[in-house]
Design a protein around this ligand. Structure first.
Ligand SMILES: Cc1ncc(C[n+]2csc(CCOP(=O)(O)OP(=O)(O)O)c2C)c(N)n1
Ligand SMILES: [Mg+2]
Length: 371
């Protein structure tokens, strides 16, 4: 087993209490080090790397939403606000660790080298999915809530049989945690002591449903009942997320069994480009979370740690170049061809899909005759 680290003193393992433990934090929202941050230290070099990842991820989001508004994408699900949770966690994994994401993990996907074009293909409607999971070790997005946690658990069983030393990570939301699938995955991963890291981004909302009406106890407290190690972390503090994920994955890799990390974060944008969050949440709530913005906090921290204008200017330039690439790649993608999509669901013909294809063709003819 891994020797206890100094981090253990701040982030204990499975002993979740019914009140919910305070969350682990290294950098406070105002960019200063917390007590734990002072004690444990924070690598400025790592902070710069993670901050750079977050800046590029936010830029992708902004560009993609604009592109959707310009009719270049059919739909986009924003990750704006959740960059620290995603970047901090994925960067703490080994590149060989398999990841099963949900549908909003664009920041994590970029860190695994998935191109903007591949990320946007699905949302343009050019294809069901944009990439082959084998290369980046990052599974395709799952839009059916929670299914990916079972895929991860099954995959982890295979990893155990094949005696790899992989940690299998899966991302899901607070809303997905209410699904039976997720609770089954918790149980089977714990029962089999499988190397699964369950990473919950609690962004406070499941479309228009707040966490307050979805659960009576904090999510990480639930883990103890399943026999999972649990960690509660400030998901807008990228350094804390990185540290906690590093500790959790070390324990899992050492045979300690699965763990759940609950990262408290916030989705600044709507649920998707089709959603209007003003219908269900207040400006005050959003303003409160803006004070905890993961990027602003890191910029303040880094400026305090003497990262100079040179660093920020170079990054701003990199982000501009990246944004141009995002636009160019999006415009270069083929538009939706639904006829083709029907052919790509099953290897062999399927009567239900054949029927749907005909209905779609009929719909197009009707549209044509109306014009
Ligand atoms: C099984 C299933 N039920 C319902 C939906 C519709 N749906 C899509 S996203 C969503 C909310 C998910 O919230 P959460 O898990 O917190 O993730 P977030 O969108 O906040 O990242 C719902 C209910 C779905 N996609 N799959
Ligand atoms: Mg949510």
């Amino acid at each position: 087993m891994t020797a206890p680290t100094r981090l253990d003193a701040y982030v204990d393992g499975p002993r979740a209490d019914s009140e919910g433990r305070p969350m682990f934090q290294l950098i406070a929202p105002d960019g200063t080090l917390t007590n734990a941050g002072e004690q444990l230290g924070v690598s400025v070099e790592l902070a710069q790397e993670l901050y750079s990842d977050m800046v590029l991820a936010r830029r992708l989001d902004q560009e993609a939403l604009s592109l959707q508004r310009q009719g270049e994408l059919s739909l986009w699900l924003m990750s704006w606000g959740q960059e620290a949770a995603q970047v901090g966690s994925i960067r703490a994994l080994r590149p060989s660790d398999m990841v099963f994401p949900s549908y909003r993990e664009h920041a994590a996907a970029l860190c695994r080298g998935i191109s903007p074009a591949d990320l946007m293909r699905q949302w343009k409607g050019s294809s069901h999915s944009g990439w082959d999971p084998k290369g980046p070790r990052f599974h395709i997005y799952s839009l059916v809530l929670g299914t990916q946690t079972l895929h991860a658990t099954g995959y982890a069983s295979g990893a155990v049989m094949e005696r790899t030393d992989e940690v299998v990570a899966t991302y899901f939301g607070d809303g997905a945690a209410s699904q039976g699938d997720v609770n089954e995955a918790f149980n089977w991963a714990a029962a089999g002591s499988l190397p699964v890291l369950f990473f919950c981004q609690n962004n406070q909302w499941a479309i228009s449903t707040p966490t307050t009406i979805q659960m009576r106890t904090p999510l990480h407290v639930r883990a103890a009942g399943f026999g999972l190690d649990a960690y509660h972390v400030d998901g807008n503090d990228v350094m804390a997320v990185h540290a906690v994920t590093t500790l959790a994955t070390e324990r899992i890799r050492d045979g300690g069994g699965p763990a759940l990390i609950e990262a408290q974060t916030y989705r600044f944008g709507g649920h998707s480009s089709s959603d209007d969050p003003k219908r269900y949440r207040s400006d005050d709530e959003v303003a409160g979370w803006e004070l905890r913005d993961p990027l602003r906090r890191m910029e303040t921290f880094l400026r305090g740690a003497n990262a100079g204008d040179e660093f920020f200017d170079a990054l701003a330039q990199e982000a501009d170049t990246f944004a141009a690439t995002v636009r160019e790649q999006c415009k270069g993608l083929a538009g939706a061809d639904l006829g083709d999509l029907f052919d790509r669901v099953y290897v062999d013909a399927h009567p239900v899909l054949d029927e749907e294809r005909l209905a779609h063709a009929h719909h197009l003819t009707t549209l044509g005759s109306e014009n």
